[in-house]
Write a protein that binds this ligand. Structure first.
Ligand code: PEP
Length: 254
């Protein structure tokens, strides 16, 4: 049985390098003792170097929150390439987070970032999710379009390095997470679309994470009833005691 994957997206947090080091030290120490859980933390770019372990830590890896649409070095002010991330030891990259989509990332841009990340042999955490739910089920078309277009031009041989993070936008930064039963249903739908794009063997294998208002109290139920392969965690990932409890709760799932 494969390990559960818990990804902490720190976003533009914490405020100082000292806090980032303290937070990552605590997480590494707990993550390394877990049996059935892999932990990835995605700090802001300037903190990656100092939060990355000097020697490998069991069940712990560093991710980045994005990578440039540009593949090659050059005159691209403010950009960070997938190649640079790989070079400093990053393993995972979040692509297409809804906050970046809100800031202008179209599916075409997401697809370019994804392609660059995969070309470097990194694991992409592709975020998808509907803005709202409607009775008629139009949200399913929205989700389908988003997945298909983000995966546009990605060859099937790279599909094994894609993880899908299903994050309904309405549940991000909210009071409550999505109901675990709905998470289960939608994760099956996500796998089906993935299978339609790349073939059934990839649909069976793709890992689907859930993200949106996950905390240490609801993580166990989301994982067990929602039957997802892991979680993408925002706010709770920079709350040291809460994140540690979340990791321990998930590790109890056999
Ligand atoms: C996110 O932004 O990816 C996220 C899941 O945030 P939160 O956990 O705070 O809802």
């Amino acid at each position: 049985m494969s390990k559960k994957l818990i990804v902490g997206n720190w976003k533009m947090n914490p405020a100082s390098l000292d806090e980032a080091k303290r937070l990552s030290r605590r997480i590494k120490s707990v993550a390394s003792k877990l049996q059935r859980t892999e932990t990835v933390v995605c700090p802001p770019f300037p903190f990656i170097g100092q939060t990355k372990p000097k020697i490998p830590v069991k069940n712990f890896d560093i991710g980045a929150q994005s990578a440039s649409i540009f593949a090659d070095t050059g005159a691209h002010t403010g950009e960070v390439s997938a190649n640079m991330l790989r070079d400093i030891g990053v393993k995972y990259v979040i692509v297409g987070h809804s906050e970046q989509r809100q800031n202008g990332d179209t599916d075409e841009i997401v697809s370019k970032r994804l392609s660059n990340v995969l070309t470097q042999g990194l694991i992409a955490i592709l975020c998808v999710g509907e803005k709202a739910r409607d009775e008629a089920g139009e949200y399913m078309n929205e989700l389908k379009r988003q997945i298909e277009q983000s995966l546009n031009n990605i060859p099937a041989k790279m599909a094994g390095n894609i993880i899908i993070a299903y994050e309904p936008v309405w549940a991000i930064g909210a009071k409550e997470a999505m109901l675990p039963e709905q998470i289960y249903e939608t994760s099956l739908f996500v796998k089906k679309i993935f299978a339609d794009v790349f073939g059934p063997e990839y649909g069976h294998r793709v890992r689907v994470l859930y993200g949106g208002s996950v905390n240490f109290r609801n993580a166990f139920e989301i994982m067990t009833v929602g039957k997802v392969d892991g979680l993408l965690v925002g706010r709770e990932s920079v709350n040291s005691p809460g994140f540690v409890e979340l990791l321990k709760a998930v590790d109890k799932i056999s």
